[in-house]
Ligand binder design. Structure first.
Ligand code: DQA
Length: 145
């Protein structure tokens, strides 16, 4: 593995200005810089964001086709997208790691956020630790590198 896909779903492109009390004031460029600095030598961080469910699904196919581990914050898709769940299942059934991450702790928020349709097929879930959720997921997927 030389690349880790770090996929971000809808509205995460607005990090920095979106609900800073919940998500903090750093943006996706800050996250990319943090992960790039944290990655072991030889590991490339490919961080992407989309508001489009189909695009996110196609990126998961790309992970399967290129045998790449995935760190994914599915954002609101977490709570209802069976299509995303089925695509994410292709990653883990291919034997690749897929870590579901959240900046906030959805279980401490509104009831609709307590359900994740992705968690059951994920390798693991890290939530509520801000950008450290991603950093810890990166440590995990690169631990044997
Ligand atoms: C989120 C939590 C989701 O409930 C929400 O829809 C998001 C962000 C998080 O990172 O805390 O957009 O995934």
């Amino acid at each position: 593995m030389s690349t880790v896909l770090v996929l971000n779903g809808p509205n995460l492109g607005r990090l920095g200005s979106r609900e800073p009390d919940v998500y903090g004031s750093a943006n996706l460029d800050d996250l990319r810089a943090l992960l790039t600095a944290s990655a072991p030598d030889g590991v490339t961080i490919d961080l992407r964001q989309t508001d489009d469910e189909a695009e996110l699904i196609h990126w998961l196919y790309e992970a399967v086709d290129n045998s790449l581990p995935v760190i994914i914050n599915p954002a609101a898709f977490t709570h209802y997208s069976y299509a995303l769940r089925d695509a994410a299942a292709l990653v883990t059934t291919a034997g690749l790691e897929l870590i579901e991450v959240h900046i906030s702790n959805p279980h401490a928020r509104e009831t609709f956020r307590h359900t994740s349709v992705v968690s059951a097929i994920a390798t693991g879930v890290i939530a509520g630790l801000g950008f450290d959720s991603y950093r810890l997921a990166l440590d995990f997927v690169t631990r044997k590198h």
